[in-house]
Design a protein around this ligand. Structure first.
Ligand SMILES: [Zn+2]
Length: 666
């Protein structure tokens, strides 16, 4: 898979376009007003989820894929679009800058070391005599051998230097081990010792399956903390990782929903029972970075909270106070206002469900696997959940208590972005409290940023998704390009690289036959589009050393250079055929345009029938107009092609005659 395919497979064009264009579902596609030309009457902009493409049937009359959309929308070049979308998709690009390379090398080194450590701990768990108790513990928790192997559970010996010695022997020095979080450094005494001792080791991978760190469960009943994690390292940042995501990704997509639980055991138990769209946060409130990570796979999140988590920090009646008292580092696992704001920003659907008292998902699933899906069915939108908890068992005769509930719940409601939804919750709250809804509008509640920060967690800037991405647009053109057409395009570019002076002749011929000049829209591959822009930017009369020149201008653009290299492997037209090359290339252009227009036409015919079935008059008008225009485009290209071929045949004849005459002349 190429890097662009990888990125496309992880992003949904509908998501990306929706951030800047209001889309409406219309049959199998989505429609909206085109962001690229002024229009307010007909929604002529269509997004096709099946092909992950977009098309404007209005003034622009063009389309493309997710890359072309963001490039057009944001004015990015291919390289920037690649960078931004790769970041958004969580796809690693080859390092381009020396610092990046250095950072990547360090991360790779740490990841390799941590993978080695996971293997080392896993072998100990399977075979070490000292690991008997932990083996029993794992079996006692109901985990099968397959699950232990899949999650590569391990055991850290009860020793201060076993791990250190093992990896020192393998050539890693103490500094590496400290960087990876395997050794703890006591700076005062200048000593190092194994961080994890006598623990069940749970490897934590990032979304792409790269080893990042460990969760480690203490086996000593009095041992605290119960689950120490790896410390923050170059590869371990628990606010940006979710346990189990590397395995759960495809199942989250399939289920169109992700379930977020609190513990490693919960994820493993759910997995074992066949519920595979489950990930665990690691002892912190969900961060925006984590939600963004998950949003690559689904928009629908269900938080399954232990009753005590919901209780301890989220007994909402005392939440406000608790927040002010709690240290920021404290274990705030449920942050209702933060979640509502994330939900609005991410256009996500976040729901919450509380487990029955005394149960966590692990225990619940072991007791009765069928209880899990029925529990998830009861998940409620955050605000509804908050209202329920806050009003649960409330004394309806206690005016002060009611006022306190309003003070706690209204700020959450006010954070809801959608006004209809906001009003809906206000009504529910009024009904639950048996007060007139109009009163709620008069209640002053804290809204200032400062206040919000004081009661919530600090707003975390999102490093994965720069603000510019909030407004990223989307879209792609209808594909419909055959391998033969792609070969024609490649050959076209290849010959233009070799004989750039012919481009003006090609343009002239197209103009004579009333055809549009070549633009990047003629190409389907993004690198080809970018390359064509580069070629076009060159002076019309290139010096002979054009190739070197172009090569230099591609500078550090590895992707384009790679493409140019591939193109250069296509045979160059021999000089003797040069006089006929422009005609051949023009014919190529006409061929691929014809193919594309025909394929577009048949797609529009399908959409027209779909709109007919739905009696969607607006779309019928749009597609109907296309059905009138596209056939005339086909005819026009056909005509030009016919004329060109005729000229070609005549010229070939003349060429032959000329050669014959020359021979005779000799
Ligand atoms: Zn348009």
């Amino acid at each position: 898979m190429t890097i662009t395919d990888e990125i496309k497979s992880r992003l949904d064009i509908v998501d990306v376009v929706s951030e800047s264009v209001q889309l409406r579902k219309s049959g199998s596609s989505y429609t909206g007003f085109c962001p690229f030309h002024p229009n307010t009457r007909t929604p002529a902009f269509v997004v096709f989820p099946n092909t992950q493409t977009w098309r404007c049937f209005g003034a622009c009359a063009e389309g493309g894929d997710i890359f072309s959309y963001v490039m057009k929308k944001e004015g990015w070049d291919f390289k920037e679009a690649l960078k931004q979308l790769a970041q958004r998709a969580g796809v690693e690009l080859a390092p381009q800058q020396p610092e990046d390379k250095k950072r990547r090398a360090l991360e790779d080194k740490l990841s390799d070391l941590l993978s080695g450590a996971a293997d080392y701990f896993h072998q100990l768990l399977l075979h070490a005599p000292q690991a008997e108790a932990v083996r029993q513990y794992v079996t006692g928790r109901g985990l099968t051998k397959e699950t232990v192997a899949l999650f590569k559970l391990g055991y850290a010996l009860d020793s201060w230097d076993a791990c250190r010695n093992h990896f020192n022997m393998q050539g890693y020095d103490d500094e590496d081990l400290v960087d990876a979080g395997l050794l703890t450094l006591n700076e005062e005494k200048d000593t190092r010792y194994d961080r994890f001792r006598n623990r069940l080791m749970i490897p934590i991978y990032d979304a792409s399956g790269r080893m990042a760190g460990f969760g480690a469960r203490t086996l000593d009943p009095d041992g605290l903390p119960k689950y120490p994690n790896s410390p923050q390292t170059a590869v371990f940042d628990k606010s940006r990782l979710l346990f189990g995501l590397d395995l759960a990704r495809r199942y989250i997509r399939e289920a169109r929903q992700v379930v977020i639980v609190e513990g490693y055991m919960d994820v493993m138990q759910a997995w074992q029972a066949g519920f595979r769209n489950v990930v665990a946060q690691m002892g912190t409130a969900l961060t925006e970075a984590q939600l963004r990570l998950l949003k690559r796979y689904t928009k629908r999140f269900v938080l399954a909270l232990d009753a005590d988590a919901a209780g301890a920090t989220a007994t909402l009646r005392s939440l406000e106070v608790a927040r002010e008292v709690l240290d920021r580092e404290a274990d705030v696992r449920f942050d209702a206002r933060g979640l509502v704001r994330h939900e609005g920003r991410l256009q996500a659907d976040i729901r919450v469900v509380t487990l029955p008292e005394g149960f966590d998902p692990d225990k619940l699933i072991r007791a009765d696997p069928s209880a899990w899906p029925s529990l998830l069915d009861q998940a409620k939108p955050i605000v509804a959940y908050v209202i329920d908890i806050a009003t649960d068992g409330l004394d309806m005769h206690d005016g002060k208590a009611k006022a306190a509930v309003v003070q706690q719940v209204l700020p959450v409601i006010n954070d809801v972005v959608n006004p209809v939804e906001r009003e809906h919750y206000r009504q529910i709250l009024a009904r639950q409290l048996q007060v007139d809804e109009r009163v709620l509008h008069k209640v002053a509640v804290p809204t200032s940023r400062k206040r919000v920060r004081a009661v919530g967690q600090p707003v975390e800037p999102s490093r994965t998704a720069p603000d510019s991405l909030e407004s990223v647009g989307l879209a792609v053109a209808i594909r419909g390009s055959t391998a033969a057409s792609e070969m024609r395009r490649a050959d076209f570019l290849r010959q233009c690289l070799a004989f750039p002076h012919l481009i003006s002749q090609i343009d002239k011929k197209l103009a004579i036959h009333q055809q549009a000049l070549i633009t990047e829209a003629d190409f389907t591959r993004l690198d080809d589009k970018a390359l064509w822009r580069q070629i076009r930017q060159r002076p019309t009369h290139w010096p002979v050393a054009t190739m070197d020149d172009l090569w230099d201008s591609l500078d550090d653009d590895e992707y384009l250079r790679e493409r140019v290299q591939t193109l250069l492997s296509i045979p160059q037209t021999p000089e003797s055929e040069l006089d006929r090359l422009p005609d051949r290339l023009v014919l190529s252009v006409l061929d691929w345009r014809l193919e594309r227009t025909k394929s577009l036409l048949s797609e529009v015919e399908r959409l027209f029938r779909e709109s007919q079935a739905q009696e969607n008059l607006e779309m019928l008008e749009l597609y109907g107009q296309q059905l009138r225009e596209l056939p005339s485009q086909v005819r026009s290209i056909d005509r030009a092609r016919g004329a060109m071929s005729a000229t070609g045949r005549r010229q070939t004849k003349e060429h032959r005659n000329m050669k014959r005459n020359t021979v005779r002349g000799d």
